[in-house]
Design a protein around this ligand. Structure first.
Ligand code: ADP
Ligand code: MG
Length: 280
């Protein structure tokens, strides 16, 4: 590696890490097209999406509903398998190969301890018919944990950390409030100490005071860990609370990138200006 004097460190354009710099997730010209059959017209949900995220950094993806944010997340996590471009995980065990070329079983294995996601809808990330502890145990068992006592202990620690009362550890998650479900989903996503965490509208749909509590929790959790995080939201206040840098998506494309504070204070693209106005 080349020694670079911190004072002379080249400034990379926002959204692109300087060559040789550390990154945990790199998305390179990702594209996704839906439909295009005789019965449906083509929807270009994502085109030419590129960004990367360093360890300990949180990147925001902001755009209005339908702009393609979830599609990008789903392509990264492997919920969508047919996409173009490349996604690299710069983590031990992932080998920096393009994940988009991996077979589905291998992609699923990454989700056990390298890549985690928190969906807007807790039912996407949790089994609502089993207990909070059981949901966390599922993630741990998938990652190779075998000791009942260690699994119980880890689940209890995590539930405690996300402020779910331990008395509820054995209660079925379907009986929990929306905010509590989301806390359990976050605990499950963090259970195996992933290196990359994707949050897709983690507080959307919750009552304002509950959303604020979950946002505070996420802010604390991200500060405690060296995670690379991608936060997707239509809401600039969520992106501002959690991220350092952000990309702005409109109709499947990135229209502006920058430091979150600067995007918020001084948006250039008219579309970004609209999103900022909506959050003020
Ligand atoms: P966002 O998360 O920003 O609200 P999405 O990624 O969910 O946006 O959607 C982007 C576009 O892709 C929208 O036009 C949406 O209708 C379309 N889309 C998403 N999923 C599918 C699908 N499974 N089939 C067809 N079109 C889809
Ligand atoms: Mg979405």
């Amino acid at each position: 590696t080349v020694h670079v004097d911190p004072g002379q460190r080249p400034v990379a354009p926002a959204g692109i890490t300087a060559p040789g710099e550390d990154w945990s997730l790199k998305v390179d010209r990702l594209g996704k097209v839906f439909g295009g059959s005789r019965v449906s017209s083509e929807v270009v949900a994502a085109r030419d999406i590129s960004f990367d995220v360093a360890p300990g950094e949180a990147l925001g993806v902001i755009g209005e509903s339908g702009s393609g944010k979830s599609t990008v997340m789903r392509c990264i996590i492997g919920d969508e398998l047919e996409s173009t471009g490349a996604v690299y995980i710069g983590a031990v065990g992932a080998g920096r190969a393009n994940l988009l070329g991996w077979a589905p079983p291998l992609r699923r294995r990454l989700r056990t301890n390298i890549l985690s996601v928190v969906y807007q809808d807790p039912a996407m990330g949790l089994n609502l018919r089993i207990s909070a502890g059981g949901n966390i145990a599922d993630a741990l068992i998938a990652a190779g944990w075998r000791s009942y006592h260690q699994i119980r202990q880890r689940a209890a620690e995590l539930l405690d950390r996300v402020e779910v009362p331990l008395s509820r550890m054995d209660d079925v998650v379907g009986q929990f409030s929306g905010g509590m479900r989301q806390r359990v989903q976050i605990a499950k996503a963090l259970a195996t100490d992933p290196q990359v965490l994707l949050l897709d509208e983690p507080t959307t749909g919750l009552d304002a005071s509950v959303a604020a509590g979950v946002l505070d929790l996420l802010r604390e959790l991200l500060a405690e860990r060296e995670l690379a995080v991608v936060v997707v939201s239509h809401d600039f206040s969520v992106i501002s609370a959690l991220t350092d840098r952000a990309v702005v998506m409109k109709e499947g494309r990135i229209v502006e990138t920058g430091l979150t504070d600067q995007l918020f204070a001084n948006p250039h693209h008219p579309y970004t200006q609209q999103l900022v106005a909506a959050a003020r």
